[in-house]
Ligand binder design. Structure first.
Ligand SMILES: [Zn+2]
Length: 440
């Protein structure tokens, strides 16, 4: 009993001294907001709750949580702050399923040069800007899929955000990512130089067990592997890890409660990743109807990264704005994305941002719609479905009482015009306003 009294006393004094430092305001016993925590009532024109649209709803927030959501007349505001946001849609904070905050656009500096020539300090400095821009664009959670040579900086940036040192989204991190020896980059150096530092950690055979555990020990939330890469006999993408190696990676990660994500663009790499037990596949450009059927059967989600392909095609000279015909790669990507939709594969909105500008993440949602996905499904992919795929649906992804108050207001109705996801006018993360309404 004495110990309980001490713990409660400590909680009260901490709340009095530094509510922000605890990662949430007015936190009461058991993680629920205290009864006296500040209340804010948000009154948009409509609410997209992560699944469907509700005209005339309002949402109340107490402390770091959503307290209630429903028809505005039924949402009490006694003693709280009311924020009227006419014409807007309030929705859950969006999720970026595939980011690289330690990379910047390849038309500024090619990937090889970023990894080989940019110091970690400079890369972290850039990343702090990227994280702020991401949050201000309404993306309150990101899964960052590899530091690309910057060690465990993603874990450190996540800590800096959690400690309130810099603004940014919730981060799910993978640290260095794992590649099979000889498959990754940078390449192109004199062979006499021996081993060139790589953009991910090499491991093979039984050694994958040690590397998975080491990355977990350094803070990895997910384990990322490259199931194929551009190391084929003719320079094209070819599978890397064997099915047995992938199974070993997945078993090792899973026994600690961590899922595995696979980069894969070839049908065979995707097949091995699915059978090996990964939970999401990134890119999937050469996916066939058979492979997508297999993904559906094994409940593996696809992160299509349409925006990265769209960006790299333009960096390579496609004058899209000038109306130049679509390159073959883009036409093929449209077809494979359509095949994934037809097979009923779960789509996690993820763009590979870093290849293009951080904060421009809405580009993925626009392209998903442009490539044939209904707008409401694109919105679900970036909210409720994303939360489920990331095993975070007990905290984020819906506007529902008890979940974290990660909320974004957009000018307009994104189910009618998906580009409304670019017109962010308000951002709240965990009950803390990151972008005030009316201040641009
Ligand atoms: Zn990536």
């Amino acid at each position: 009993m004495r110990r309980t009294a001490f713990v409660l006393g400590l909680a009260v004094s901490l709340a009095a001294i530094s509510p922000q430092a605890q990662g949430g305001r007015g936190r009461g016993r058991g993680g629920a907001p205290a009864a006296d925590a500040p209340v804010t009532v948000l009154k948009p024109a409509r609410v997209f709750d992560g699944e469907s649209m509700h005209e005339g709803w309002a949402v109340s927030v107490r402390g770091d949580r959503i307290e209630a959501a429903g028809p505005a007349a039924g949402i009490g505001a006694s003693g709280g702050t009311v924020i009227d946001m006419p014409g807007t849609t309030l929705m859950p904070g969006m999720v970026e399923g595939h980011s690289h905050v330690l990379l910047h656009p390849y038309n500024e500096t090619p990937w090889n040069d970023q990894v080989a020539h940019e110091s970690v300090g400079v890369r972290i400095a850039r990343a702090t800007n990227h994280l702020r821009d991401t949050l201000m664009a309404g993306f309150t959670t990101i899964r960052d899929l590899g530091t690309e040579g910057a060690g465990y900086s993603d874990v450190e940036l996540k800590q800096a955000i959690e400690q309130g040192i810099i603004p940014g989204p919730r981060m799910v991190v993978t640290t260095r990512a794992i590649v099979a020896t000889g498959t990754y980059g940078p390449k192109g150096y004199s062979l006499e130089w021996g081993h060139i530092p790589q953009g991910a950690e090499e491991a093979d055979g039984n050694d994958v067990v040690r590397v998975v555990r080491d990355q977990i020990g350094h803070g990895a939330d997910w384990i990322k592997i490259y199931a194929d890469y551009r190391w084929g006999a003719n320079g094209g993408a070819a599978p890397t890890f064997s099915l047995d190696e992938i199974k070993l990676i997945v078993d090792t990660a899973r026994s600690s409660g961590r899922p595995v994500v696979a980069h894969s663009s070839t049908a065979e790499g995707m097949r091995r990743a699915v059978l090996g037990g990964v939970e999401t596949i990134e890119h999937g450009d050469q996916g066939t109807p058979e492979v997508f059927k297999l993904m559906k059967e094994h409940n593996v989600a696809l992160c299509p990264t349409l925006a990265a392909g769209d960006a790299t095609a333009q960096y390579a000279g496609w004058n899209k704005a000038g109306g130049a015909p679509e390159p073959q790669g883009i036409t093929r990507k449209r077809a494979s994305f359509k095949a994934a939709l037809d097979a009923g594969v779960t789509i996690l909105s993820g763009s590979d941002v870093g290849v293009y500008t951080h904060g421009d993440n809405a580009r993925e949602l626009e392209l998903m719609v442009n490539y044939g996905m209904p707008a409401v499904d694109a919105l679900r992919s970036a909210t409720s479905i994303a939360a489920r795929v990331l095993h975070m649906d007990n905290r984020i992804g819906l506007i529902k009482d008890g979940l974290l108050a990660d909320l974004v207001a957009l000018d307009g109705d994104p189910t009618k015009d998906i580009s409304a996801t670019r017109r962010v006018v308000f951002v709240m993360k965990g009950g803390v306003t990151a972008r005030s309404y009316g201040r641009r």
